[in-house]
Ligand binder design. Sequence first.
Ligand SMILES: NC(=O)c1ccc[n+]([C@@H]2O[C@H](COP(=O)([O-])OP(=O)(O)OC[C@H]3O[C@@H](n4cnc5c(N)ncnc54)[C@H](O)[C@@H]3O)[C@@H](O)[C@H]2O)c1
Length: 254
Amino acid sequence: MAPDKKTAVITGAAGGIGKAIVKRFTENGYRVVAGDADAAGLTGLSDTFNRGTQVLWEKPGDLRSKEYCEALVDHAVEATGRIDVLVNNAGIITRGNVVETSDDDWFRTLDINLTAIFYTCRRAVTHMKDHGGGAIVNISSCWGLYPGPGHAAYCTSKAAVATFSKCLGRDHAADGIRVNAVCPNEVNTPMIRTGFIRRGFNPDTAIAELNKSVPIGRIAEPEDIADVVRFLASDAARYVAGTAIEVNGAKPVY
Ligand SMILES: NC(=O)c1ccc[n+]([C@@H]2O[C@H](COP(=O)([O-])OP(=O)(O)OC[C@H]3O[C@@H](n4cnc5c(N)ncnc54)[C@H](O)[C@@H]3O)[C@@H](O)[C@H]2O)c1
């Protein structure tokens, strides 16, 4: 196994933004350890990106399991001797104001969107700090910085992801580890499309309407976010650490 190739662990790899991130990293020569709960999605992914060489390990599992979170990082280290990049991209969106939010909604959202990131980051930082550093990119949301309406659990979890990323960025910059958060506004992925379908809208029509609300003229495509993630993981971002980058086409949160 070529020792000079870098290794990236990417969660939510079978999702809309996740697939685009895997594509960006594999085409830039990384080996990828891909995590997601969607086993079929992961298989499709590794078929596309060359199982065993580019996508090194596609391991389905639930990020609510601490063992699964740690196994993703451990596999990168055991199989390749390194983890250069960790991208915590998996997430769920939970609708509801506080009265509409059940205990299960609350804990499921925080477990997947926040606690899983705590587990993967702790494991990755432990390795990176003794092995020359690395880069961590956590996907937060504009709604974590400026809460949108009717999503109390989601916005709270994403605010915590942004702050957690800044804390780690500050604590571990001296270890050569750059930690940043990416905060998208709306992105054209299954997350947003299934939300429209659930509420009885045609997703194409709804997205065409939404495009009109964005100063840049359209909501983001997954590649728009993947390019920022790839930049933050690269040496071109060598002085960017402990921050949360908004990727929003100039659209404010109303
Ligand atoms: N789409 C948007 O408009 C938007 C906006 C801002 C932020 N984000 C964030 O971007 C990230 C990616 O979102 P997306 O739009 O690609 O969503 P998506 O639904 O297309 O993908 C999310 C992926 O996470 C996986 N996942 C969910 N729960 C899991 C669990 N318990 N264990 C393992 N895997 C699990 C899903 O299987 C899915 O493949 C999320 O963190 C999301 O909150 C999305």
